[in-house]
Design a protein around this ligand. Structure first.
Ligand code: ZN
Length: 289
């Protein structure tokens, strides 16, 4: 190798700050390159050039919330797939995978496609979103569309007193059924299923995993959770707040144990076959006054 400026043949490798331009954005990346010992001219071999292209693309991707090359490699390896297998799985050409894993910037649609097909948390939140959007307002949702913001804030208020979903789920059941009995509408729009451990919101396991992945809740034990953010009571109207506080007053005495026991004796629970959706029509027979 010869210096293009002074013909010297001795070089040192130094870390250099480069400012490449990509999609009309100037990026900053630090990378090793050769520096002429004589005149200080910077020189790169093809390997270093490729590293620069890749680092610039990754800087751009991370600035724009897109998966970086390493993140795409990690998602693929997590599935145990080769580039060819991953290409077939995503229904794209193998060349696309090779480029996305190096210097090529995937667009937002491609990025979402990769996430939905290979990242469990993305797929799960997408599935929940579709599930909620497709759930009709009927007697099984308490005449209300599921409202994630309201549900989240009810959980945040309850988790202070009932630590595990075992108890939170029963308190939720009472929040919704009590509100339906008194006002003709549920509070969160949740559908409740009769499970072994009493009435539980449909998809509650996915929802709790989702709340955890969104850093709303944190796990504090095998079954226990705690809030990671403060509950926002401004999402409730006054009647809703009153219902919520009625249930909280009952739950805070014993962490929700009495509500848990009582929920198993409710007609709503006893009259609904196992693993079926409970009708809010049973709210008129609630044992909770
Ligand atoms: Zn030189």
């Amino acid at each position: 190798m010869k210096c293009l400026r002074c013909n010297n043949t001795e070089f040192s490798t130094k870390k250099i700050r480069f400012t490449p331009e990509l999609k009309s954005e100037t990026l900053e990346v630090l990378l090793p390159a050769y520096v002429c010992n004589e005149c200080g001219e910077t020189l790169m071999d093809s390997k270093q050039m490729n590293a620069l292209r890749k680092a610039a693309a990754d800087e751009y991707k991370s600035n724009h919330g897109l998966l970086t090359s390493q993140e795409i490699v990690a998602l693929r390896e997590n599935l145990g797939m080769s580039q060819a297998e991953f290409a077939r799985y995503l229904k794209v050409g193998e060349a696309s995978i090779k480029r996305w894993e190096t210097y090529y910037i995937q667009d937002e649609g491609q990025d979402e496609h990769i996430r939905l097909k290979s990242d469990e948390a993305s797929a799960e939140s997408n599935a929940l979103d579709i599930h909620w959007k497709n759930s009709p307002e009927d007697i099984y949702s308490g005449n209300r569309k599921f409202n994630y913001e309201v549900f989240k804030n009810v959980v945040l208020s309850l988790v202070k007193h009932c630590k595990s979903p075992l108890f939170i789920n029963k308190a939720l059941f009472y929040v919704d059924f009590l509100h339906f009995r008194n006002h003709g509408k549920s509070l969160t729009g949740s559908r409740y299923i009769t499970l072994e451990y009493g009435p539980c919101p449909d998809q509650f396991q996915s929802i709790f995993r989702y709340l955890e992945s969104q850093e709303i809740l944190k796990r504090t034990g095998k079954y226990d959770f705690a809030a990671k953010v403060k509950a926002d009571n401004s999402v409730f109207d006054d009647q809703e707040l009153e219902t919520l506080n009625t249930v909280i007053d009952l739950a805070k005495k014993d962490g929700g144990r009495k509500l848990y026991d009582l929920s198993h004796k409710e007609i709503a629970f006893e009259k609904t076959p196992f693993a079926c959706t409970i009708s809010y029509k049973h709210s008129k027979d609630l044992k909770l006054k």
